[in-house]
Design a protein around this ligand. Structure first.
Ligand code: HEM
Length: 302
């Protein structure tokens, strides 16, 4: 094992800004709900008589604050698809960053909106809320498929030639880290593919998950083999080993992703077809709800 320490090791902060925002957006509505659980568990009659009603009901200060925050963040969600489609917006930030924000906000949104609604969902907005939860949950599948397509850091897909170039670079770097021959590395990282054939959407998803498990197993075995000192050589440097394993994970993932690329693309296409109309349903319901709340309800703007 080569003694050179990896340059990137130690540069990654223990907690990233993304994680702080994500946890804050999730923890705040959960903590508030738990704190005032007795209020949220009351029926409509009981709530009116409860002193917290003056703060927590959807039209009162805290409820309204969550409503405005939810509306703002919900509209903000649409900047990602707009950023993808409107050429002038392409200059603002990387697509990968936009998607990261989209995912973080979209995951927390149903909780923020639930606090605004006092955890009661009726009528049209109940339907809109269901659509929002559905789109948010389906986003998890979309995100999974998205990461199964090899991309540049900015979110743009790699071409097959670029993937081949990256594979070769990875092999060379792993060989340098481990002191093994590149063909030996390639053989060590080969993970037996499952039998191919035309797969349906569920089978594709199942195959991708099976690949994840196979990757984990293969890496465990490789870690075990590469950790063992070779005859007459010193024990492997832990940092170099970590770096070699990080590169090996990327290499195995690239091979698996390329084998499944056409099927993943097909499934991601179906996912897009389903995600967008549900998102638009939620958008219409939210806009109608806000207009009705301003005209008929007690929300006063200005
Ligand atoms: C209220 C919540 C959400 C709304 C309204 C929403 C809306 C949208 C819309 C309109 C698109 C564009 C679809 C298209 O271009 O065909 C999109 C794409 C996407 N969303 Fe969401 N989304 C939400 C939550 C989430 C969540 C929670 C995640 C992940 C956990 C997520 C992950 C994605 C992904 C991966 C894409 C596709 C990216 C791409 O192909 O470039 N979304 N979303």
């Amino acid at each position: 094992m080569n003694q050179a320490a990896p340059k990137r090791a130690g540069n990654t902060p223990a907690v990233t800004a993304d994680q702080v925002v994500f946890v804050t957006l999730l923890v705040t509505p959960i903590a508030l709900t738990l704190r005032d659980l007795h209020y949220y568990s009351l029926g409509p009659g009981g709530r009116i008589r409860d002193p917290l009603h003056a703060t927590l009901s959807p039209g009162r200060p805290l409820g309204l604050l969550f409503g405005f925050l939810g509306l703002f963040l919900f509209l903000f969600m649409w900047l990602y698809p707009m950023r993808k489609r409107i050429p002038i917006l392409r200059k603002i930030g990387g697509l990968g960053t936009w998607l990261r924000i989209h995912v973080i906000v979209g995951s927390a949104l149903p909780l923020l909106v639930a606090v605004h609604a006092g955890w009661r969902f009726h009528g049209l907005i109940g339907l809109g809320y269901a659509a929002m939860v559905l789109v948010s949950l389906s986003g998890i599948v979309g995100r999974y498929l998205y990461t199964r397509i090899p991309r540049h850091r900015n979110g743009v897909e790699l071409t097959r030639d670029e993937v081949e170039g990256e594979r070769r670079t990875l092999l060379t770097r792993i060989a340098a880290q481990t002191g093994l021959d590149p063909t030996e590395v390639e053989r060590a990282l080969f993970v037996e593919p499952a039998r191919a054939g035309r797969l349906g959407p569920i089978q594709v998803l199942a195959r991708l998950l099976a690949d994840d498990i196979a990757q984990r197993r293969a890496l465990g075995e490789i870690r075990r083999r590469w950790s063992m000192p070779r005859p007459g050589a010193p024990a492997p440097d832990p940092k170099a080993l970590r770096e070699a394993l990080r590169l090996a994970r990327r290499q195995i993932a690239l091979d698996q992703q390329m084998r499944m690329l056409d099927a993943t693309h097909r499934l991601f296409g179906y996912w897009h077809v389903a995600h967008l109309p549900v998102a638009i349903t939620a958008l219409i319901a939210v806009l109608v709800h806000v207009v009705v709340a301003v005209i008929v309800g007690g929300v006063k703007i200005g």
